[in-house]
Design a protein around this ligand. Structure first.
Ligand code: ADP
Ligand code: MG
Length: 873
C-alpha cells in the first residue's frame, strides 16, 4: 500500500489504475468514483476491519475500454504498470507510471476519431481579462498552434472551431471569479484543468527542449500570452508521457485575421462540422464534403472548412488542383484508390515518438510509405497521358530528398519486419528471417526443440510400450512425461517422479531436462532480441519523424483536394471566381446539404447578389417554412466553400473575399443551444455590430424574435439601419416582420426580396423561390392550417386577425412612426394608478428624461435594452 500511496501522491486529481497481477486496482475515493462511473462492484481490502479500504478493479486486458470511458466522462486516469516480472522480483514488484490519459490527451486509436484531431487547449488571460492567449495541441500527431485574441467573443469563436476536449488555465483564472469563468459558462461541457504557472523566464527553456527553438525563432516573441499558453500545453502534455516524447515538430503561430473569422454562432448555425440539433457530422457541410480516404486527409479538410482563407492566391491554388482532379476523372479515381491504402502516417509517427507503437504499426507505416513512389508516378504522369502542368499542390515530389529518405526508411522496415507483423510485442515473430542471425538461430533452436520433444515422445512410447504416454509442459515443472495410473507398471527406472496427480504420474528424464533448458533459453533469447531489434527500428523511425509527418501532410492535402473534386464532380458544383472585389454574386445557388436530402432535382435553386455599393442588404421576408433560412445559409456556405478552395453548388458564382462571417439566429429558431433569452440574442447582435467590417458577411435570421413584436420590430429596424449607415457590410436579414420592407424606401442599398408563395384555394403553396420585392402578408394562419390546426381554429384566427388589422397600425406596408408614441409626455399621475416598484420608478424617470429627438436608433435601442434589464432586476 505504501507504493500505491507514493504514486497516488503525485497524481492527486487523477484516478490511479494500479496494476496488480492481471488486474488494475483502484483504491479509496478513486474506487468509489470508478465503481460508480463504470458500474463496477465496490469491494474493500481488509474486509470486516474498521478502516477497510474501498477497492475496485478491472481485468487488465479490458483496461483500455474502461480508461476510455472514464476519460470521456472527463476524468484523468494514471496507468501504473508492473515493470518487472513478479517471478523475478526481489520483494516488492517495481511499478512505474507509464502514461496519464486525460480528456485532451488520448492516444488510444480505438477512442480517437480518425478524422478529428483530439485537442488539448491552453488559455492564458492577459491583465484585466481583455486579451487572451490560446494554444491547441493534438498529442497524437503533434499538431500544435497558438494565437492571441482581443475579446471573449473571439476566444469563444476560436474555441468553437478548435473544439478541444480539455482546457488548461492558471489556477486563479479557473477559480469562480477568475478570467476564465465566462469561458466555463460558455463551454460547460469541457474538462478544465490547472496549468503549471510559468514565468516568462521558463518559456525559452521549454520551447527549446520541445521544439529546438526559442520564442523568437518560433515567432511568438511578440505574443507573450500565446507563448505562455503554448508552453503550458507542452508542459502538461509532456507530464502525461513519462516514457515517450511528444511528436512535436512545429508551432503554427497564427492571427485571427489570417483566415475568415467565424464566431461561435456562425460555426454552429451554418452547421459546418456538425448539425445544430444532434451535433452529428452527418447532415453538416463537412458531412457532404468529406470524401477523404485517410485520417490525415479528413482532419485537414475539416481544418480547411473551419479556417477558410482570405487571400486570393492560395485559394486559387487549391481551386487549380481541384479543377485538375475534376477534369481528370480516371486520375482522380486512381488517386483515391491509392490513398485508400495509406494508413494514418501522422498518428503512426506520433505513436513511435510516444513509445506506444506496436510491430503492426511499423508494418502499416512501411506499407504506406511504400506507396509513395506510385502516388508520385500517378500524379506526374496521369493515366495514359503526360500531364504537363500539374497544379502545385498536387506535386508531392517537390522535395526529392524527403521522398528518398522515406524510401530508405521503408526499405529498412521491409528488411527488418515480416509482411504482417502482429500487434503484440510480447508475442514475437515480427522480425524477418535473415535480418539478424542471432534471431534466426534461436528461432530454429526454439522450433527445433519442439520437434525434438515430439521425437522424444514417440521414442519413449515405443521403448516403454505405453501407448498414451505424453510429453507435456506447465509453468511450474517445465517439460515432463505423463503416464496414466493404469500404465504405471511399465515405467522404466530412469524416469524421475516429479508429481502425482489424480489419475496419472509425472516424470522427468535427463534428456528431457537438457532439452528443456535449451528450448527455454532459446525462446528467451529470441524474445529479448526481437524486442531489442524492434526498439532499434523504432529509433530509426524516430529520426525521421519530422519527415514522416511532413509526408503525411502532403498526402493529406492530396486527399482533401481529391475529396473536394469528387463531390464537385458528383454534385455538379462549379468553380467560383474568387477575387478581392466586394461582389457576392451567385446564380442558381443551392444549399449543399439540403439539396442532398430533398431528392434529385427537387431543390429549387436561387440567385443572390450582394454588393456594398448598391445591393448591400437583402431583407428576406416571407412566411415561416418558405425557405428563408435555407436561402441565407446557402449563401454563407457558398461563400465559405469558395474561400476554402472548394467548388460550389451553383450555376455560377463570384465571391469577393469575405473577412468575417457572422450569423445570428433569432432565439426562437435557436433550439439547439438551449438558450432563448433575449439577452443572449442582443449580446450576440451587439457583438456583430461591433465586429463587422465592410468586408464582412452578416446573416441575421429573425433577430428580435425573442421579445414582443414592438420591441422586436424596433430592434430589427435599428440594427438594419446601423448596418446600412455605419458598417456597409454585405448582409442578409430574414424576418417575418414585413413592416421592415419599408426601410428600402429611405435606405437606397437595402433591397427587399421574399420567399414566394402561391395562394391556392384558401391555402398556400411554398414555391421556394426568392423573388424581388417584399412580402406583404405573413401567412401565419395559412402555415398553421398546413400544419394541421383544426378548421375551426383556423377560421377563428382569421377573424381575429381581421379585427386586429383594423385596430392597429402594425400591418400596413407603411413606414412605422416608430417613436411617435414615446415622445408624448406620459400622463401625469401615472404612478398613482398602481404602486410602482423602485426599479419601475427609476425606469419611468429615465424614460421621462430621455431626449428621444436627439437619439440615434442605436442609442434608443441601447436605452430600451438597458431599461428592460433594470426592470428584470
Ligand atoms: P423559413 O426559414 O422561411 O421558415 P426554411 O428555410 O427553414 O424556412 O425552410 C423550410 C424547409 O423548406 C426546409 O427544411 C427545406 O426542406 C425546404 N426548403 C427550403 N428551401 C428550399 C428550396 N430552395 N428547395 C427545396 N426545398 C426547400
Ligand atoms: Mg427560418
Amino acid at each position: 500500500m505504501r507504493q500505491y500511496l507514493q504514486v497516488k501522491d503525485s497524481y492527486p486529481d487523477a484516478i490511479l489504475f494500479f496494476r496488480m497481477g492481471d488486474f488494475y486496482e483502484m483504491f479509496f475515493e478513486d474506487a468509489v468514483i470508478a465503481a460508480k462511473a463504470l458500474d463496477l462492484t465496490l469491494t474493500s481490502r481488509d474486509k470486516g476491519k474498521e478502516d477497510a479500504i474501498p477497492m475496485a478493479g478491472v481485468p487488465h486486458h479490458a483496461g483500455r475500454g474502461y480508461i476510455a470511458r472514464l476519460t470521456e466522462l472527463g476524468h484523468k486516469v494514471v496507468i501504473c504498470e508492473q515493470v518487472e516480472d513478479p517471478k523475478q522480483a526481489k520483494g516488492l514488484v517495481k511499478r512505474e507510471v507509464v502514461r496519464v490519459v486525460t480528456p485532451g490527451v488520448v492516444l488510444d486509436d480505438e477512442v480517437l476519431d480518425p478524422k478529428t484531431g483530439r485537442y488539448l487547449a491552453a488559455i492564458s488571460v492577459g491583465p484585466g481579462g481583455e486579451r487572451f492567449g490560446l494554444a491547441y495541441l493534438d498529442a497524437s500527431t503533434g499538431e500544435f498552434g497558438c494565437t492571441e485574441v482581443d475579446s471573449l467573443e473571439e476566444l469563444g469563436g476560436e474555441l468553437a472551431r478548435i473544439s478541444p476536449r480539455e482546457v488548461l488555465g492558471d489556477p486563479d483564472a479557473l477559480g469562480p471569479d477568475g478570467g476564465l469563468s465566462p469561458v466555463r459558462a460558455l463551454f460547460p461541457q469541457l474538462a478544465y484543468s490547472e496549468a503549471e504557472a510559468l514565468a516568462v523566464a521558463d518559456l525559452d527553456g521549454i520551447f527549446d527542449s520541445a521544439l529546438a527553438g526559442d520564442r523568437k525563432t518560433l515567432g511568438v516573441a511578440e505574443l507573450p500570452l500565446a507563448a505562455r499558453a503554448a508552453a503550458q500545453a507542452i508542459e502538461y502534455a509532456r507530464a502525461t508521457q513519462p516514457v515517450g516524447a511528444l511528436p512535436l515538430t512545429r508551432l503554427h503561430v497564427y492571427r485571427p485575421g489570417d483566415s475568415v473569422v467565424l464566431d461561435e454562432a456562425a460555426t454552429a448555425n451554418l452547421e459546418l462540422v456538425c448539425t445544430l440539433m444532434e451535433g452529428k457530422k452527418r447532415g453538416s457541410l463537412l458531412g457532404v464534403l468529406d470524401r477523404t480516404k485517410t485520417g490525415p486527409g479528413g482532419r485537414l479538410l475539416r481544418r480547411w472548412l473551419l479556417y477558410p482563407l482570405t487571400e486570393v492566391a492560395p485559394i486559387r491554388r487549391r481551386q487549380d488542383a481541384v479543377e485538375h482532379l475534376v477534369g481528370h476523372h480516371a486520375l482522380r479515381d486512381a488517386l483515391r484508390d491509392e490513398l485508400a491504402g495509406v494508413a494514418d502516417v501522422e498518428r503512426l509517427a506520433g505513436r513511435v515518438s510516444l513509445r506506444c507503437a506496436t510491430p503492426r504499426d511499423l508494418g502499416l507505416l512501411r506499407d504506406s510509405l511504400e506507396r509513395l513512389p506510385s502516388l508520385v508516378e500517378l500524379l506526374r504522369h496521369g493515366i495514359g497521358e503526360t500531364s504537363i502542368d500539374l497544379p502545385e499542390l498536387l506535386r508531392i515530389d517537390r522535395e526529392p530528398a524527403l521522398l528518398d529518405a522515406m524510401a530508405g526508411l521503408a526499405a529498412e522496415l521491409r528488411r527488418a519486419l515480416v509482411d504482417q507483423p502482429g500487434a503484440q510485442l510480447k508475442d514475437g515473430g515480427f522480425i524477418r528471417e535473415g535480418f539478424c542471425p542471432e534471431v534466426d538461430e534461436n528461432r530454429r533452436l526454439a522450433d527445433g526443440g519442439k520437434d525434438a520433444l515430439l521425437q522424444v515422445e514417440g521414442r519413449e512410447r515405443e521403448r516403454t510400450g505405453i501407448g498414451n504416454l505424453k510429453v507435456k509442459f506447465n509453468r511450474v515443472f517445465g517439460y515432463f512425461i505423463e503416464v496414466t495410473r493404469s500404465q504405471l507398471d511399465k515405467v522404466p527406472d530412469d524416469y524421475t517422479p516429479k508429481q502425482t496427480i489424480a489419475n496419472a504420474m509425472r516424470y522427468v528424464t535427463t534428456e528431457l531436462a537438457e532439452l528443456e533448458s535449451k528450448i527455454l533459453s532459446a525462446q528467451e533469447t529470441l524474445q529479448r532480441r526481437e524486442v531489442e531489434l524492434f526498439e532499434q527500428v523504432c529509433a530509426q523511425v524516430l529520426e525521421q519523424t519530422a519527415g514522416v509527418i511532413e509526408i503525411g501532410r502532403t498526402i493529406a492535402a492530396c486527399d482533401s483536394l481529391a475529396a473536394l473534386a469528387d463531390v464537385a464532380h458528383e454534385r455538379g458544383y462549379v468553380r467560383p471566381t474568387v477575387d478581392d472585389g466586394e461582389l457576392l454574386d451567385i446564380t442558381d445557388g443551392r444549399h449543399p446539404v439540403i439539396e442532398t436530402t430533398v431528392g434529385q432535382g427537387q431543390f429549387v435553386p436561387n440567385d443572390c447578389r450582394l454588393e456594398p455599393l448598391s445591393d448591400q442588404i437583402l431583407l428576406v421576408t416571407g412566411p415561416n417554412m418558405a425557405g428563408k433560412s435555407t436561402y441565407m445559409r446557402q449563401v454563407a456556405q457558398i461563400a465559405l466553400m469558395a474561400q476554402m478552395g472548394s467548388f460550389v453548388p451553383a450555376g455560377a458564382a463570384t465571391v469577393g473575399v469575405v473577412d468575417r462571417i457572422f450569423t445570428r439566429v433569432g432565439a426562437a429558431d435557436n433550439l439547439a443551444r438551449g438558450e432563448s433569452t433575449f439577452m443572449v440574442e442582443m449580446r450576440e447582435t451587439a457583438a456583430i455590430l461591433a465586429g463587422a467590417t465592410r468586408r464582412s458577411l452578416v446573416v441575421l435570421d429573425e433577430v428580435g424574435r425573442g421579445t414582443s413584436t414592438f420591441d422586436g420590430v424596433s430592434i430589427a429596424w435599428a440594427v438594419t439601419e446601423y448596418l446600412h449607415d455605419a458598417i456597409g457590410c454585405r448582409t442578409l436579414f430574414a424576418t417575418h416582420y414585413h413592416e421592415l420592407c419599408a426601410l428600402s424606401q429611405t435606405r437606397p442599398r437595402i433591397k427587399n426580396v421574399s420567399a414566394a408563395v402561391r395562394e391556392h384555394g384558401g391555402g398556400i403553396v411554398f414555391l421556394r423561390r426568392i423573388v424581388a420585392g417584399g412580402a406583404n402578408k405573413s401567412y401565419g394562419i395559412e402555415v398553421g392550417k398546413l400544419a394541421g390546426l383544426p378548421r375551426t381554429v383556423v377560421s377563428r384566427a382569421r377573424s381575429i386577425l381581421r379585427e386586429l388589422e383594423g385596430s392597429q397600425k402594425l400591418g400596413g406596408g407603411n413606414q412605422l412612426d416608430l417613436f411617435g408614441a414615446a415622445t408624448a409626455t406620459p400622463p401625469s399621475g401615472a404612478e398613482d394608478a398602481r404602486e410602482m416598484s423602485g426599479a419601475e420608478a427609476e425606469v419611468a424617470d429615465s424614460l421621462r428624461d430621455a431626449d428621444i429627438n436627439n437619439m440615434t436608433p442605436m442609442q434608443a435601442m441601447t436605452l430600451i435594452a438597458d431599461l428592460k434589464l433594470r426592470l428584470a432586476q
